[in-house]
Each structure stands twice: as C-alpha cells, then as structure tokens.
Design a protein around this ligand. Structure first.
Ligand SMILES: NC(=O)N[C@@H](CC(=O)O)C(=O)O
Ligand SMILES: [Zn+2]
Ligand SMILES: [Zn+2]
Length: 346
C-alpha cells in the first residue's frame, strides 16, 4: 500500500542562496518544493542596506528557473552602523521581511556583525515600533565559552536582556540546537519563535565525530548531545506554533567543506522534506508535519499560508545525487546516511 501525505506547500524560514554560480546551482532545489524562503543576507560583502537587498532580490529573480513560482523574502544584515530609517523604509515598502543579527565572528561571513549590542538599540526599538521581526544567530563568541555552551550562554547574556529592553520586538531564534533554546521559547509569549533545521532534528554530535570527522555534518551552531536533539524533535512534533522549519540549507563548494579548516554549513535543500517526513514518521507525528513546515511560520510572520499543496509518498529509497555542479566547483548534497523513503511528488 502506498502511503501518502498531502500538506499545504511549505516555506523555508531560514535559507542561504549565496550568489553567482552557487545561487544558480542551488535555487532550483528550493524553488521546486517551497513557495517562499527567508533569504539570509550573509554574502561577501553582506546585504546591509535596502538598496543592496533590492539588487540581491533582482539577482535571485534573474536566476529563477523557468516556470518556478517562488518568492524570496529578503532580509538585512544588521551592523552597528545600520540606519533605522533605511530599515523602516525597506520594511514599509515590502522589500524586506526581517533583519538578521549575527554576533561578530559567530558563523560563516559574520565579520561585519554586532560586537556591542547597545549600538544597535535604536534600530531594534524602531523595528519593535514598525513590527519588523529580528532573526538572531544565537551564540556568544567569547573564546573562553565552550562551543557547545555558546547558545545557552547567549540566551542568558544577550537575548534575554535585548528582549527585556525592547518590549514589542518580535524575535526568531534561528536554528535552535539545545534544550535550553527549546525551554526558553516555551516560557516566552508569542512574540518569540524559533526555527529548527533538518540536521539538528536528525543528528547529534556523535554522528559527526564518532569513527572519524564528517565535515558535511559540521554546521553552526554545532550539533549537540543526544538529549538536545530529543528536545528539538519533541518541540518540532509537538504542534506548538512557536517552532517552525528553517532548513538553514547552507551550501559551500565541496573543496571548502573537505578542507583542513572546514566551512560551517550543511546543504540540505534537495532532501529537506524527505528527511523531515522521515523524522516525523519515526516520532509517530506525521500529522504534525504540515504545521511545522507550512502553517506556523506564516502565522509568526503574519503572512497568509500558501494556497496550493504538495504530496509526499512513501516508496523505494530515494536516489540522492552526491554532488551538484556549481560553476567551476561542485556542492555536496547532505547525506543523511539512512535510506529516505518519502519523496515529494511532481
Ligand atoms: N549554519 C552554518 O553553519 N552556516 C551558515 C551561517 C549560519 O546560518 O550560521 C552559512 O552561511 O554557511
Ligand atoms: Zn546562523
Ligand atoms: Zn544559516
């Protein structure tokens, strides 16, 4: 008997498309299944101003495959010099959907991020007034804080103080990876949401490190202990509207992943929905998949849900290409290491 599941078309609330040849290589993989995605602004140089976001959106539209029906939701990269008026104008015109906060040095291309959080207070206050959400990469960067503790420490030292100082600011904790993140969101009112990635729902740090180091499993925030993964799966499959899908699909050329110093990021876009159906089925929660992928994100962002649907069917294991060509390079598709039986029809 074929098992099938029809859900409203999903959106991806955290996605890296990059630029140039990489953009052209990876955009079809998301546009095939998703209707919209929040496009991360951590290009080199970053997308800081409204004018830069408009130009980047044009480049994405130019790279769009024939016949695709996909809307990029643009973001601005917050710096200590960001002009509140520029943010307000870009938001009012519908050009941007949110602003992204990277602590300086926390992750890929975050060097222009924020060092002194007091300096961005005027922008955050303006965003609270106009209802523009803030997306946050939630990790401290202090050398003395262990990399596995950086999310938990960020919540106490940075995020909670920012939220208390800026009432009305709507915040998305991007790619939460710990029970601490889950618990913090659970205590907050509905002005706080969280995205969860595919790899953090499927894997823990043993999967990355035991028996040899797997560079394609390395992303930031780094995979954590098993108990944290269990907390993320429980949150994602709970039906609680505050947790929704942000794949954080983050392509790097294969040579930059399989390198002496491996770049952080997992390219999951081609298999994201197959992996999620696998995870939700294992948790006996397939009935909760649609909320996570297609309903709760729009609710947080105050956008309509998509009109059309997709159908997932269960059958023979999916054949996943190992790499995709990307200009002069390749990009390696994230390999979950288990057979995936769910595929998106059409
Ligand atoms: N998640 C990652 O490991 N990498 C992302 C950046 C980010 O989302 O932190 C990237 O841009 O490659
Ligand atoms: Zn991040
Ligand atoms: Zn990301």
């Amino acid at each position: 008997m074929t098992q099938s599941l029809t859900i409203r078309r999903p959106d991806d609330w955290h996605l890296h498309l990059r630029d140039g040849a990489m953009l052209a290589a990876v955009l079809p993989e998301t546009a095939r299944h998703f209707a919209r995605a929040i496009i991360m602004p951590n290009l080199v140089p970053p997308v800081v101003t409204g004018a830069q976001a408009a130009a980047y959106r044009d480049r994405i539209m130019d790279a769009m495959p024939e016949g695709a029906d996909f809307t990029p939701l643009m973001t601005l990269y917050l710096t200590e010099d960001t002009d509140p008026a520029d943010v307000a104008a870009a938001h009012a015109s519908g050009l941007i959907t949110s602003v992204k906060l990277y602590p300086a040095g926390a992750t890929t291309n975050s060097a222009s991020g924020v060092k002194n959080f007091d300096k961005v207070r005027p922008v955050l206050e303006r965003m609270a007034e106009i209802g523009c959400p803030l997306c946050v990469h939630g990790e401290v960067t202090d050398r003395e804080i262990d990399i596995f503790d950086r999310e938990a420490v960020f919540i106490d030292r940075v995020l909670d103080p920012i939220r208390r100082a800026t009432p009305g600011l709507r915040v998305v904790m991007e790619h939460i990876t710990t029970k601490n993140g889950v618990d913090y969101v659970a205590t907050a009112p509905e002005d706080l949401g969280a995205t969860i990635t595919v790899q953090h729902l499927m894997f823990d740090r043993n999967d990355m490190l035991v028996g040899g180091m797997r560079p394609h499993y390395y992303c930031l925030p780094i995979l954590k202990r098993r108990e944290h993964r269990d907390a993320l799966v429980a949150a994602a499959t709970s039906g609680d509207k505050r947790y929704f899908l942000g794949t954080d699909s983050a392509p790097h050329p294969t040579h930059a992943k399989e390198a002496e110093c491996c770049a952080a990021g997992c390219f999951t876009a081609p298999i994201a929905l197959s992996c999620l159906a696998h995870v939700f089925e294992e948790a006996d929660a397939l009935d909760k998949l649609e909320g996570f992928t297609s309903l709760y994100g729009p609710a947080f962002y105050r956008l309509p849900v998509n009109d059309d649907t997709i159908t997932l069917t269960k059958g023979d294991p999916l054949e996943i290409p190992k790499t995709l060509p990307a200009g002069d390079h390749t990009v390696t598709v994230f390999d979950p290491g288990v057979p995936l039986h769910w595929r998106v029809q059409g």
